[in-house]
Write a protein that binds this ligand. Structure first.
Ligand code: ADP
Ligand code: MG
Length: 372
């Protein structure tokens, strides 16, 4: 049976008086049994602090932590049955792979024969059974991190906690281990909390992601929800690349289609119903992904005028810098185009039409800080 984790109004402040720093600020979230749940955010936003509170290494200043509705807020780490993997592998250099993985079992006084079987199973789960007799120095970084994972799994934890486990690995291994870790967590049905600052890692692996900033959770959702329906400028810009265009609501029709007015002209949006209600003349900020903009012939109906400034060819896609409107001062948009035709490449300063897919326009309320 997998474990449900409930975090209820968790706050952690370090220091006191003028040195007081709030690392985690009133965080509440329910993590489902068997879920691969990500904490994603920039460095210093409180991810590690929150993870260590779930593990029991740090006590919250306020709030309650529950595993399957049982209050574990004051339960010491060794009685929570969590497995943890860190950025640095922290294997014992003088021990073999097998001895490293068995270590947690020997301090738990698991009998020898059971220990051997459990170690072998854990090493098989991470595909390292053939390396049981080696020392950590005889392994690559990726293999060492697999062993660290086996060491966390061998105690059959209720909850697996991972803190930037792939950050020390090179790009190729990182990508390889993403699907490997997901497979292991899903096969074992483990409730997993995974900390990273790498949005690609989170998007490609997570069931759900909590985006953190300054100790707060900004938004929780599936990778697709967060990418397609960010609720704030921060979330829209943290996950993937986007263009922000300031606009004014020109009209709204009965079908909920919104005509938006910018300095360069009008364009249509068909925002999802989850967005905040809009009023005529309201100033809004639109988030539009580079792949939601298409370059068409200038003067095509419904297109905004623009000028293609520069293009970078990357094989299956081209990335274009396109200036919006006819003024030299117009905003420069990032546009990506799948299977670019030859005449869409090079530096050419040609006039183009800019077509924006109405279903892909995210309309955000304009905050004071967003005004340019
Ligand atoms: P992240 O893992 O997202 O990079 P951390 O949880 O490590 O962030 O840190 C969040 C904030 O709390 C940072 O500003 C950090 O400096 C502060 N912090 C973390 N641990 C301590 C500590 N032991 N004492 C004082 N401040 C700390
Ligand atoms: Mg950290």
């Amino acid at each position: 049976m997998s474990t449900q984790i409930d975090l209820v109004s968790i706050t952690k402040a370090f220091g006191s008086g003028s040195n007081k720093a709030v690392a985690v600020d009133d965080v509440s979230v329910a993590i489902n049994p068997g879920e691969l749940f990500f904490l994603l955010g920039p460095s210093g936003c409180g991810k590690t602090t929150l993870l260590r509170m779930i593990a029991g290494f740090i006590e919250p200043t306020n709030g309650i932590i529950q595993f399957d509705s049982k209050d574990v807020t004051n339960t010491p780490p060794n009685q929570r049955n969590t497995g943890m993997v860190f950025q640095s592998y922290a294997l014992w250099p003088h021990m073999t792979v097998e001895q490293n993985v068995a270590f947690g079992l020997s301090i738990r006084k698991v009998p020898q024969d059971q220990r051997r079987r459990a170690v072998l199973e854990a090493l098989e789960a991470v595909r390292m059974a053939d390396y049981a007799g080696r020392k950590p120095t005889q392994l690559s970084g990726g293999q060492q991190q697999r062993v660290a994972l086996a060491r966390a799994l061998v105690i059959r934890p209720q909850v697996l906690l991972l803190d930037e486990p792939l950050s020390n690995l090179d790009a190729k291994l990182r990508i390889e281990l993403r699907s490997e870790i997901r497979r292991i967590c899903k096969t074992a049905g483990l409730t997993t909390v995974y900390v990273t600052h790498d949005q690609k890692e989170a998007l490609s692996m997570a069931d759900r992601i909590a985006i953190m900033r300054d100790g707060h959770i900004q938004q929780v959702g599936s990778p697709r929800e967060l990418y397609r329906e960010p609720k704030s400028r921060f979330v829209a810009s943290f996950l993937g690349e986007t263009n922000f265009i300031e606009a004014k609501v020109d009209s709204i029709d009965d079908a909920g289609r919104v005509m938006l007015l910018t300095a360069a002209g009008k364009f249509l949006a068909r925002p999802s119903r989850k967005n905040t209600p809009l009023a005529r003349d309201q100033r809004v900020l639109c988030s539009i992904r580079p792949e939601s903009i298409h370059l068409v012939e200038m003067n095509e109906a419904g297109a905004l005028p623009g000028k293609r400034l520069e293009s970078t060819y990357l094989g299956e896609i081209a990335q274009h810098q396109v200036r919006l409107g006819q003024q030299e001062t117009g905003q420069v948009l990032a546009v990506s185009e799948l299977n670019p035709p030859a005449d869409h490449l090079g530096t050419s300063h040609t006039q183009v039409g800019i077509m924006i897919n109405p279903d892909d326009v995210v309309i955000l309320p304009m905050m004071r800080a967003d005004r340019s």
